[in-house]
Design a protein around this ligand. Structure first.
Ligand code: CMP
Length: 143
C-alpha cells in the first residue's frame, strides 16, 4: 500500500495545529503508520532538503526547520502521495486554495506549516530518513 511522509513544521506545532492536521488526514480515510515529535539538527535538516541546497532560501529553510520540534508522520492509503499534497495545498500559501491546510492556515511561503512528499520515490527516501526504525506493520480492521 502507498505511503507518504508528512511533517508538521515548527510553526504548525507552535500554533497548535497538530490535532487539526491529523484530523484532516484521518477523516479522509488514510491510516497513521508512524508518528513522532522530534527536534532535528542542521545536518539532518540539510539531508532532508538536500535537493534544494542550491536555492537562495536554503539556509533560511534549514534554520526554520531546526527552530523547534516538528511532528514527523507516515500516512498510508490509496493515492496518499498525490491526495496528501492536495490536502496540504500549493507550496505558496497565497496560492493554496481555501479548504487546504496551507490555504486555511498560512500566508508566508517561508512559514507554510507542513511538508508532504512530492512523489512515491521521495516518500520512500524520506520515510527511510525519518523512520530508520521502521513503521507500524498492523492493519486496522476498519480499512
Ligand atoms: P516544502 O513542501 O517543505 O518543500 C520545500 C520547502 O521550501 C517548501 O515547503 C517551503 O517551506 C520552502 N520554500 C520553497 N520556496 C521558497 C521560497 N521562495 N522562499 C522560502 N522558502 C521556500
Amino acid at each position: 500500500m502507498e505511503q507518504t511522509f508528512i511533517m508538521i513544521k515548527p510553526d504548525g506545532v507552535q500554533r497548535g495545529l497538530v490535532g487539526e492536521i491529523i484530523g484532516r488526514f484521518e477523516k479522509k480515510g488514510f491510516s497513521l503508520k508512524g508518528l513522532k515529535l522530534i527536534t532535528v539538527d542542521r545536518a539532518f535538516a540539510e539531508k532532508h532538503y538536500a535537493d534544494l541546497s542550491a536555492k537562495p532560501f536554503f539556509n533560511g529553510l534549514v534554520e526554520y526547520i531546526v527552530s523547534g520540534p516538528v511532528v514527523a508522520m507516515v500516512w498510508e492509503g490509496k493515492g496518499v502521495v498525490t491526495t496528501g499534497r492536495k490536502i496540504i495545498g500549493a507550496t505558496n500559501p497565497l496560492e493554496s486554495a481555501p479548504g487546504t491546510i496551507r490555504g486555511d492556515y498560512a500566508i508566508d511561503i517561508g512559514r507554510n506549516v507542513i511538508h508532504g512528499s512530492d512523489a512515491v520515490e521521495s516518500a520512500r527516501k524520506e520515510i527511510a530518513l525519518w523512520f530508520p526504525e521502521g513503521v507500524a506493520e498492523w492493519q486496522s480492521s476498519l480499512h
